[in-house]
Write a protein that binds this ligand. Structure first.
Ligand code: BCO
Length: 565
């Protein structure tokens, strides 16, 4: 990868508002459905051209740093060239082609951004996954998606090798490393020798672009498949009004690369506006590093989960008055009014809540400049029509609690997922009359503000992670101490909710040291599945509450945890 290290200069004044009306793409309106769209050619190549014409200012398009003092800056022209090289590597060296699926499990290294755009240029469907995934998670993902390729690092390559023989469709293993590994293609050196001449596919807006794995109440994560509309959506005027990013902005979204928040917030959104996309490698999350980063770099906008802001507020530092930060957005879990108040008090800035899911991207929010109602997650962002519905899909009146729905009939809006790949039953389950049922409970007031109330199922939202209880219960079941368990969300002052496991012990472990056993069970879960799912709270119980048919009553345990009984 070639790098350029040019100094940072704020963009000229006249460019500040340039991109509010749909960035580089044609001036679509919120309800347009263009036949063809490709983020690489419509947006990135546009900004590369603007740069070439000297109309963008000298700010980098991509600015990556780490704690060792390394920095990397790319212009849009460099990104265009590099991602064309990646596209050629995929098709010529890896034997991948349009429609193939590629698992992408990388930390915040520059190649993550190159791979995504390389996929978009070639029509390869990228499937981001968190680097916290373990062997079994990877096996499931490769098998369920029939992935033809995987891109990962040295850390996870051995895990992939240990399951590869069980994945007959997997033909390209692509490594991002400074070392080579037998049986793996070395992405960095292949990019260096690849040609930057590549013709981007002419993708239809409705062609598949990406898949996000998302936890459900039962079973393994579902595969929420999106078309190119997910990226087009950020070019629509209503979406642009959300953050009102402009080319002079330096935008930072420190979300884990496995989530839709990273794809949208740390790639599509800033680049649609021609802004600088800022990345800190942050191998381990540390709120102190975030604070130092705000003081060191000219970051103007941030998008992160409420837990991130809470953790920053809890640090004992003399000032949280950041010199350049102007606008803060938050989503992934509920933002409490006290977080909003504290952030305002300490930083002088308003936290603007957004709401979305792996199935929807950002679908509602408090737009920049809009009146903030503490506790509300704002209004639906067109073209989404969001309503409170009953279990049959009937619209309920204002201020009535019900299911939060997004209208998908007669026309599914740009940005809503296509389906759960390979799972028509689950896809049908979330359709409710003319609506997609988000599974969240909410109310809408007479001004259209949406008030989140909670899930209508057992899914846990722990510091912005969506966790299916069965995934944790299955991991626990593999430990000899666990006769059975039930997992629910439990309130937590920093993380909103954390995973709590109620465990019935097997007779052999009944008299073991309880504190030691808790630690052992936590480590066990961390070792068999992605560690963010581990139960931070454990309670040993003689039995679990069950229905007459023997089904565990998780709701009863949840109510107990939330002081409702
Ligand atoms: O807290 P512990 O130290 O006990 O455990 C942590 C890690 O140390 C540990 N861990 C991580 N990698 C490991 C490992 N252990 C063993 N081996 C490894 N390889 O596991 C625990 C992981 O928990 P965590 O990720 O919650 O950790 P942390 O560092 O406290 O991070 C805090 C947050 C707030 C940064 C993190 O929870 C977070 O990023 N939350 C936000 C998630 C998010 O972005 N959600 C958005 C989803 S997309 C969406 O909602 C749509 C919106 C448009």
């Amino acid at each position: 990868i070639h790098t350029s290290f040019h100094g940072f200069h704020p963009a000229p004044r006249q460019l500040r508002c340039q991109s509010l009306s749909g960035a580089g793409a044609p001036n679509w309106n919120d309800y347009d459905r263009p036949e063809e769209f490709n983020f690489a050619s419509h947006v990135l190549d546009y900004w590369a051209q603007i740069e070439k014409e000297g109309k963008r200012g000298p700010n980098p398009a991509f600015w990556w740093v780490n704690s060792q003092g390394d920095e990397l800056k790319w212009s849009f022209r460099e990104i265009t060239d590099l991602t064309r090289c990646v596209a050629n590597v995929f098709t010529q060296n890896c034997g991948l082609q349009e429609g193939d699926k590629l698992a992408l499990i990388l930390p915040r290294v520059p190649e993550w951004w190159l791979v995504i755009v390389g996929c978009i240029r070639t029509g390869i469907v990228f499937m981001p996954g968190t680097t916290q995934l373990k062997r079994k998670d990877i096996l499931y993902r490769l098998q369920a998606s029939k992935a033809k390729g995987i891109v990962t690092t040295d850390t996870l390559a051995p895990e992939v090798d240990s399951v590869a023989s069980e994945c007959p469709d997997l033909k390209a293993k692509i490594l991002v490393s400074d070392h080579s590994r037998e049986g793996w293609l070395d992405l960095k050196s292949l990019i260096k020798s690849a040609s930057p001449d590549h013709t981007c596919i002419k993708s239809k807006t409705m062609d598949p672009m990406t898949i996000f794995f998302t936890s459900g109440t039962t079973g393994q994560p579902k595969m929420a498949k999106h078309n190119h509309g997910l990226a087009l959506r950020s070019s629509l005027p209503s979406c642009r009004r959300l953050m009102q990013l402009k080319p002079s902005d330096v935008h930072w979204c420190p979300s884990d690369t496995g989530w839709i928040m990273a794809t949208v917030g740390s790639l599509v959104e800033p680049w649609t506006a021609g802004s600088t996309l800022f990345v800190h490698e942050l191998p381990q999350f540390d709120p102190k590093v975030l604070i130092q980063t705000f003081f060191k770099y000219p970051i103007t906008q941030i998008l992160a989960a409420p837990s991130v802001f809470r953790m920053i507020l809890q640090q004992n530092v003399s000032s949280l008055r950041f010199p350049t930060l102007e606008h803060c957005c938050t989503g992934g879990e509920a933002l409490l009014p006290e977080d909003l108040e504290q952030w305002k008090k300490q930083t002088g800035l308003v936290l603007h809540e957004i709401y979305g899911q792996s199935e929807t991207g950002i679908c509602c929010g408090v737009l920049r400049g809009m009146k903030v109602k503490p506790g509300s997650m704002g209004k639906a962002v067109a073209p989404f029509d969001m309503q409170i519905i009953d279990d049959k899909g009937n619209i309920l009146p204002p201020n009535t609690e019900g299911n939060l729905g997004i209208r998908i009939k007669p026309t599914k809006p740009i940005g809503v997922f296509m389906c759960y790949e390979g799972n028509p039953e689950k896809t049908a389950e979330v359709e409710c009359g003319d609506f997609y049922n988000t599974g969240d409970r909410a109310t809408i007031d007479s001004e259209g503000y949406i008030w989140f109330l909670g899930r209508n199922d057992d899914i846990i939202n722990a510091s912005g992670y969506r966790i299916g209880p069965v995934e944790v219960e299955s991991a626990l079941a593999e430990h000899p101490a666990v006769a059975e368990s039930a997992v629910v969300g439990s309130p937590h002052p920093t993380r909103g909710e954390v995973v709590k496991a109620f465990i019935v012990l097997t007779p052999e472990f009944m008299f073991h040291d309880r504190d030691q056993l808790i630690k052992e069970l936590q480590e066990h879960v961390k070792s068999v599945t992605a560690p963010y799912k581990y139960p931070r709270k454990v309670e040993f119980v003689p039995e679990l509450p069950k229905t007459v048919t023997g089904k565990i009553k998780r709701k009863e345990l949840w109510n107990k945890e939330h002081g409702l009984m």
